[in-house]
Design a protein around this ligand. Structure first.
Ligand SMILES: Cc1cc2nc3c(=O)[nH]c(=O)nc-3n(C[C@H](O)[C@H](O)[C@H](O)COP(=O)(O)O)c2cc1C
Ligand code: SF4
Ligand code: SF4
Length: 437
């Protein structure tokens, strides 16, 4: 039986599934129920400075990108940090941690960029018995206009400075939560590491505008006819987050720093992607908001069964394994050749592959045979681009076959070389390296 116990940045939890800082973790009543459902940890909804609480809009704060059958692909919000008094949150955090000593309870923080403000709140959080802090340098709306959240996360010097303050003024593990609203995630991650962070977590939400109401031509959702950009998350952002997690794992300056993977995790399969690309655990928000706390059971059972089937005793057995399979484009093997293959027994003759390939790819799928509707790949045109596989509505009906070395590519008439060769040595590359004799 797989052992899902997790140790992340010095924080123990019974499994690697944590709830991210957001509405699912904004008060004790939620967090108790989350732990009852089986979540290994939570990052409490971001706390701010003592004083008059934050004010949210009183209209729609959420928007969504839905499929025609109303499945949620992307989620957008303009919610700010907690709007409850600081002391109320701290009292609840203390009580929850006491009631659930085996679960991870990390507190997300966002206060103005001055050392005194950070020192004061850190002392109060430490006093609750919480396991760690997460610095919210990622919130892209509202708070960033006040010089916090993404306004800090977009300036590596600020990240390093605030992280160093937190390490100076607290004994708790410090996780730095990064904003994806930057050109290159490696710079803020490196700054967090330089500042002494015990870990980074990513991603926070992506700047986004959901759309326009066609009748009124106003941004939607809107508050009294006006809208502002929000933060985007949910299934649609997972590939963006995975790329950033992998970049941190591959980069010399940031490799090795523990990473908590966030963005679009809704199942054990999503979690596996993050873990295999180097994350030490995952955090979940949108999926819990869409389907409720019980989704964690599918995550626990699914990951556990997968690990048993692969012979992995702990997540450390496969953590980061897929990182070695990511490289830069210039190092891809240009001698590898694939061709699409249609399984005629599965094909329902819908014609989508033909239309897609005919109109926008390589005109490599015929639509008729002996006067009847029939879809077949013409290997002498197919470049193995994967478009038909992507649009075919029947799982596994179209697959890509890799040609064996020596096999002749019907499109080029050349035999597939046994040796790999990439762009760095390609004859068409004016900057090519000489191939060793
Ligand atoms: C309504 C809402 C409120 C959020 N509030 C916070 C917050 O207070 N602090 C924070 O660090 N992240 C906040 N987030 C971001 C999430 O913690 C998470 O980083 C993001 O939603 C991506 O994960 P997901 O795709 O699982 O939703 C919020 C997200 C949503 C949807
Ligand atoms: S892999 Fe690309 S080129 Fe080949 S048949 Fe499919 S869509 Fe056409
Ligand atoms: S898209 Fe798939 S099911 Fe439809 S015709 Fe092509 S192979 Fe057949």
């Amino acid at each position: 039986m797989a052992d899902l116990r997790n140790h992340f940045a010095g924080i123990a939890s019974p499994n690697p599934f944590w709830l991210a800082s957001a509405p699912p973790t904004d008060k004790a009543v939620n967090v108790h129920r989350a732990f009852e459902a089986g979540w290994g940890g939570v990052v409490w909804k971001t706390l701010g400075e003592d004083g008059p609480p934050v004010v949210n809009v009183n209209g729609p704060r959420y928007g969504a990108l839905l499929t025609p059958d109303r499945r949620l692909l992307g989620f957008n919000n303009i919610e700010l940090i907690t709007d409850r008094p600081l002391q109320t949150n701290l009292d609840e955090i203390r009580a929850v941690k006491r009631a659930w000593p085996d679960r991870a309870l990390v507190v997300s923080l966002m206060v103005p960029c001055n050392e005194t403000a950070w020192r004061e709140i850190l002392a109060r959080v430490e006093d609750t018995g919480a396991d760690g802090v997460e610095l919210n340098f990622g919130c892209p709306h509202g708070m960033s206009e006040r010089g916090m959240g993404a306004a800090v996360g977009q300036v590596p010097e600020y990240i390093e400075m605030v992280t160093a303050w937190c390490k100076t003024h607290s004994r708790l593990p410090v996780i730095v939560k990064l904003t994806p609203n930057v050109t290159d995630i490696r710079a803020p991650a490196a700054a967090a590491k330089k500042g002494g962070a015990d870990a980074v977590s990513l991603i926070n939400t992506i700047n986004s505008v959901m759309g326009v109401d066609p009748r009124t031509l106003t941004m939607t959702p809107s508050t009294d006819g006006m809208g502002s950009h929000g933060g985007y998350c949910g299934p649609a952002v997972k590939p963006i987050a995975l790329h950033m997690v992998a970049e941190i794992g591959r980069h010399r300056e940031t490799a090795g720093i523990p990473v908590s993977g966030i963005g679009g995790v809704g199942s054990w399969r999503d979690a596996l992607d993050y873990l295999a690309l180097g994350a030490g655990n995952v955090q979940v928000c949108t999926a819990a908001m869409t389907y409720g706390f019980k989704i964690v059971q599918e995550m626990i059972d699914g990951l556990s069964e997968y690990m048993d089937s692969m012979g992995f005793a702990t997540t450390a057995d496969f953590q980061g394994r897929a990182l070695r399979t990511i490289t830069d484009w210039q190092y891809l093997n240009l001698n590898a050749v694939s061709k699409a293959v249609i399984n005629q027994d599965l094909c329902i003759a819908c014609g989508r592959c033909h239309i897609a390939c005919e109109d926008t790819s390589h005109q490599a799928i015929s639509a008729t045979k002996d006067g009847a509707r029939h879809f077949e790949v013409m290997e002498d045109e197919c470049v193995g681009c994967n478009l038909c596989v992507t649009v075919c509505p029947v799982p596994d009906c179209i697959t890509l076959r890799t040609l064996a070395p020596g096999e002749v590519d019907a499109r080029t008439g050349r035999a597939v070389p046994a040796e790999p060769a990439d762009w760095t040595t390609h004859p068409n590359n004016p900057m090519r390296r000489a191939v060793p004799a």
